[in-house]
Design a protein around this ligand. Structure first.
Ligand code: NAD
Length: 473
């Protein structure tokens, strides 16, 4: 735990394990209620002076943190692979993506601008300032254990807010490595704090209840997000919510099915399917079904499951047994209701793999709305294929979900691309593009996928209040 510029470790601890091997990686303190209070007090008292720093000073510190991240890219990526399981190449990509937020918001700090508004009265002037919200409580998930931290902390710090981070209990070591970077970069004591906890509800409740915390930013499941949003509403707190997803992907008749299968296999099996933007319903025109499924299966079967530190590994483990059970339940349910298991469909137990929670890359075809996988987020390496025909309203089928985070479209026709982009009710839409994300672009969901956006200009707005001055002169 890092509170008020000090590392606190003389507490009861909880263990952190490598999901690929089951080996213990270390232990971190389990914070007490007094620690939570101390972290909030530190952020609260640091806010007064931090909000008065110049944008140029905040920018300089964010740049310094960015430099340190880039210098430590390899070490951070290795730690991430050990703690979270993703292949090293994916960890390196994530460290770069995470660092991008520090760089982008280091610049954006200098562009927090107000405005003057003409008044209808000759002797009146309106002046609008943009001021930091105050103390921010930030709760992050384990699936992207570094970039989800910088995606919140970089804009919050750039805006002049102080922060208390609560990382996921399965990936606190990545959070600790990031706190070391913020400390070394020279952020003053109390500006950035982190608390680790095994039972996270206590922290969520404190962030929502304590009047010193003015904003809650959360990335995680829709279930927990709804609970926190309700609690925060009782105290009229600002919230940002990045929640679950159930992304549709549509392969139109004019698309190349092999090219589409290549792209969708890359994004489906990315991070073992443990991504909020992972495709969870792949709608393929019936003319392309055979070619598409054949290519997807061949790519799934070529994936090499294993320890992400091995250079041959292209698929890591699931985070824990609970995740494994959920994936298995959805696959078995789909097969029992008539889906065809094209490949995979079971836990991998051969050799070293038995030590971790590995699930075989799986392709299901003939998936229908009665199956749990058609509605529930999977968070595992399972690609459900649904074929549709001429006359089916595939855009309506894709929209038939409570979620609204990401969607994908493959088409060679500009008019279809535009029609789909306009019709799909999702916050992020990849048109022949499987990576529609960047620090410079607004990321976030509609419907039960959340509130607010991260990245881009909108990302810093989440941490700013608007203050109007009316001046009689
Ligand atoms: P989760 O909701 O269980 O946990 C997320 C975080 O919330 C963790 O830090 C956890 O400790 C904390 N938490 C859990 N219960 C809490 C409570 N009662 N009070 C306060 N904090 C609590 O989710 P998860 O399984 O760790 O993460 C996966 C989920 O996150 C998926 O649904 C995924 O789609 C979503 N996600 C969304 C985005 C996005 O940008 N929209 C990005 C990554 C992950």
């Amino acid at each position: 735990m890092y509170i008020n510029g000090e590392w606190l470790s003389d507490r009861p601890t909880f263990a952190v394990t490598n999901p690929a091997t089951g080996e213990a990686l270390g232990a971190v303190p389990d914070c007490s209620d007094a620690d939570i209070d101390q972290a909030i007090a530190a952020a609260h008292s640091a806010f007064d002076s931090w909000k008065k720093t110049t944008a140029y000073e905040r920018s300089r510190l964010l740049y310094r943190a960015w430099e340190l991240m880039i210098q430590r890219k390899q070490a951070l990526a290795e730690l991430m692979t050990k703690e979270q399981g993703k292949p090293l190449k994916a960890s390196l990509n994530e460290v770069q993506y995470g660092a991008d937020f520090l760089q982008w918001f280091a610049e954006q700090a200098k562009r927090i601008q107000g405005e003057t508004i003409p008044s209808a009265r000759e002797n009146q002037r309106f002046l609008v300032h943009r001021v930091p919200v105050g103390v921010v409580g930030a709760i992050t998930p384990w699936n992207y254990p570094i970039s989800m931290i910088t995606r919140k902390l970089a804009p919050a710090l750039a805006a002049g807010c102080t922060v208390i981070l609560k990382p996921a209990e399965s990936t606190p070591l990545c959070a600790r490595a990031m706190m070391e970077i913020f400390a070394e970069a020279g952020f003053p004591a109390g500006v950035v704090n982190a608390i680790t906890v095994q039972q996270p509800a206590r922290v969520g409740e404190a962030f929502c209840r304590d009047p010193r915390v003015r904003k809650l930013t959360f990335t995680g499941s829709t279930e927990v997000g709804c609970q926190l949003n309700a609690d925060a509403a009782r105290h009229m707190k600002r919230v940002s919510m990045e929640l679950g997803g159930h992304a549709p992907a549509i392969v139109f008749p004019d698309a190349d099915p092999v090219h589409a299968a290549k792209g969708l296999s890359l994004v489906k099996f990315l991070n073992g399917g443990q991504a909020c933007i992972s495709p969870n319903r792949i709608y393929v025109h019936e003319d392309h079904r055979e070619a598409f499924v054949a290519e997807l299966v061949s790519r799934a079967e070529r994936l090499q499951a294993g320890n992400g530190l091995d250079s041959t590994t292209s698929l890591g483990p699931l985070i824990d047994q609970r995740a494994l059970d959920k994936v298995n339940r959805q696959v078995k349910d789909a097969v029992a209701k008539g889906a065809t298991l094209e490949t995979g469909g079971d836990r991998l137990l051969n050799g070293e793999l038995a030590r971790g929670c590995f699930y075989a890359p799986t392709v299901l075809s003939g998936v229908t709305p009665e199956m749990a996988i058609y509605r529930e987020e999977t968070f595992g390496p399972v690609a459900p294929v649904i074929s549709y025909r001429d006359g089916d309203d595939v855009l309506a089928m894709a929209n038939d979900t409570a979620y609204g985070l990401a969607a994908y479209v493959y088409t060679d026709r500009l008019s279809t691309a535009h029609r789909a982009f306009e019709a799909l009710n999702f916050g992020i839409i990849g048109i022949n593009d499987i990576n529609p994300t960047s620090a410079a672009a607004p990321f976030g969901g509609m419907k039960t996928s959340g509130l607010g956006r991260e990245g881009a200009e909108e990302g810093i707005d989440e941490y700013l209040e608007t203050k109007l001055g009316g001046f009689a002169i």
